[in-house]
Design a protein around this ligand. Structure first.
Ligand code: OAD
Length: 240
């Protein structure tokens, strides 16, 4: 098992698998969000230019799902919050998820590298603001008051993920990298494990329902549903 001292800095990367048991669909596999959808038609700057109503409608529906009363943080989200609170070496939490379940699970200082569904951004003044309701082509920017320029604050295909310098810094300094519920299909997140293993003293573990595309790059792998394996893993780390 993993042998680390309690002053070791940890980086956690989460993906859609951690929110699956909260009732949110993952992207790939059966019933996945991208099944039957041409992603470039709903999640790209070109789509927003050519058919903004289609893009708004796609994200309005995702927001509605996220805000359904049945969708709540699960035991894996709570376990990560506990680790952040109790691990002396510090825990940097990076998520590819655009949902707010880590926030609702009590975590703070979350790096949302793919943006946040419940925020908007103005393509005119670049301001980012909370926006829980529907958006359409008439939505007005609360800062510069232009219309037709408000978009969901989510990173689209062809755009740079957010806060990459901060993430790279944390990856290079960490002694344990924990990847949870991500398939390893999307870069740069899929390449984080390679950054960490540049330091041969670092350890890496993937917690996933099944081995991801990158499973062979991790020093450890634990497989099963996140609500079971993440709390167990955290208990184990904290009980040493
Ligand atoms: P994927 O849908 O690609 O992968 C989800 C992973 O979670 C798979 O490896 C599943 O086996 C695993 N999984 C499913 N249910 C689980 C459970 N209950 N417990 C543990 N693991 C489970 O989602 P991501 O890897 O997050 O980007 O996708 C990465 C990015 O691709 C997303 O952020 C999104 C998408 O295109 C953008 O939209 C920019």
């Amino acid at each position: 098992m993993i042998e680390i001292s309690k002053d070791t800095p940890i980086v956690i990367l989460t993906g859609a698998g951690i929110s699956q048991e909260s009732g949110l669909a993952t992207f790939r596999g059966e019933g996945g969000l991208w099944k039957g959808i041409r992603v470039e038609e709903v999640a790209s700057p070109v789509a927003f230019e050519n058919q903004p109503d289609v893009v708004h409608s796609f994200y309005n529906k995702r927001k509605e799902k996220l805000l359904a009363p049945s969708v709540q943080p699960n035991d894996a989200h709570f376990a990560i919050k506990r680790l952040q609170d109790e691990w002396p070496g510090g825990v940097t939490l990076v998520t590819q998820n655009v949902d707010d379940l880590h926030e609702r699970g009590g975590s703070t200082d979350i790096i949302h590298m793919h943006g946040e569904l419940l925020k908007g951004r103005c393509t005119n003044c670049a301001d980012v603001f909370p926006w829980e309701g529907d958006m359409d082509v008439h939505s007005e920017c609360p800062k510069c008051h232009s219309t037709g320029t408000v978009r969901v604050h989510v990173v689209w295909f062809g755009e740079m993920p957010l806060m990459m310098p901060e993430i790279e810094d944390a990856l290079l300094k960490c002694g344990l990298f924990i990847s949870i519920g991500t398939s390893g299909n999307v870069y740069p997140a899929a390449g984080f494990v390679q950054v960490v293993i540049q330091n041969p003293a670092s350890q890496t573990v993937e917690l996933n329902l099944e081995p991801s595309l990158n499973a062979h790059q991790f020093t450890h792998g634990i497989y099963g549903p996140a609500t079971k394996i993440v709390p167990e893993f955290v208990d184990n780390l904290l009980s040493r």
